[in-house]
Ligand binder design. Structure first.
Ligand code: CP
Length: 318
């Protein structure tokens, strides 16, 4: 693979390779000097057409820890606002010699278009495209689950038999889709919990169990992982906005529901969180919550992805 565009086409072996390489990277981050020379002389461009906090700073930290030169490009304040096309922007990046392009775009399929266009020679990493996929988020989520559930001895393991309940605005969530495909290939059991209006068309053909009640899902699925999602109002027609009080009551992870989880269960959220809506502060800040671990693990996982795709050392087998 030259590009990381989705998890739907990722094999189990490739997924385990990324997770195990991320373990190697995490070990290097315990050292006093965190920087590795691996990508010295390479240029990574963060090309962001949508807002981001975690993904952007995490890719920047990952590339810098591998000694790459990093260029941060935000569509806001660039010539994109003057109508410049993706093709012309990409060819500009080619002209400055980009080796890797990390792209976030509101249009589903934009990273794949960039990768197959012939406009650039760089490896393309999808940092979230529309409602399609967010593969590095799913990989860092799987890495976090593996570490929390199996401890230090998680290298080489998949997530066979792990019960994962994903709750909220599935319809607009690229995180839910990337997690579904990756968790399936790793052997986990996935359930979606959402009101009917926040489930995407076609879900019933996907390898997932559907619930409309969070209480039912917690009772019936005995989750090892509860992953909460925010309502993505920026992708929603106003007619579909749920009533916030009703939503929090039926689908929010509050302190009462946290009390009903098994002792081993962990609480995940990709961020940004809407505290008091899909998740209470008690749940977000509890010892079960992995929210900040997910952010920290994201650097190791993105270091692994950049290394495997751009170093030319193990990229051929990634
Ligand atoms: N998880 C995630 O994609 O967060 P950001 O939108 O802040 O990058």
């Amino acid at each position: 693979m030259r590009h990381l565009l989705d998890t739907r086409t990722l094999s189990r072996d490739d997924a385990i390779l990324v997770l195990d390489t991320a373990e190697d990277m995490a070990a290097t981050q315990q050292r006093e000097v965190k920087k590795l020379p691996t990508l010295r002389g390479k240029t990574v461009v963060n090309l962001f057409y949508e807002d981001s906090t975690r993904t952007r700073i995490s890719f920047e930290a990952a590339a810098k820890r591998l000694s790459a030169d990093v260029i941060n490009f935000s569509a806001k304040g660039s010539s994109v606002s003057k109508g410049e096309s993706l093709k012309d922007t990409a060819q500009t990046l080619q002209a400055i010699g980009a080796d890797g392009v990390v792209i976030r775009h509101p249009a589903s399929g934009a990273p794949a278009r960039l990768a197959s266009s012939g406009w650039i020679d760089a490896g393309v990493l999808n940092a979230g495209d529309g409602t399609h996929e967010h593969p590095t988020q799913a990989l860092l989520d799987a890495f976090t689950m593996r570490r929390r559930l199996f401890g230090a001895d998680s290298r080489g393991r998949d997530l066979d038999g792990v019960s994962v309940v994903i709750v909220g605005d599935i319809a607009h969530s690229r995180v839910a889709r990337s997690n579904l495909w990756l968790l399936n290939v790793l052997g986990a059991r996935v359930s979606f919990v959402a009101p009917e209006t926040l489930l995407p068309y076609g879900t019933r053909d996907w390898p997932v169990t559907i619930h409309h009640s969070l209480d039912d899902a917690i009772r019936l699925e005995a989750p090892d992982v509860v992953m909460m999602l925010r309502i993505q109002s920026e992708r929603m027609h106003a007619a579909f906005f749920p009533n916030e009080r009703e939503y929090a009551r039926n689908w929010g992870l509050d302190d009462r529901r946290v009390g009903g989880l098994a002792d081993r269960a962990i609480i995940m959220h990709p961020g940004p969180m809407n505290r008091g809506l899909e998740i209470s502060s008690g749940a977000a800040d509890s010892p079960r919550s992995t929210v900040l671990e997910q952010v920290a693990n994201g650097v190791s996982v993105r270091m692994a992805a950049l290394y495997l795709l751009l170093s030319g050392e193990r990229g051929e087998s990634a």
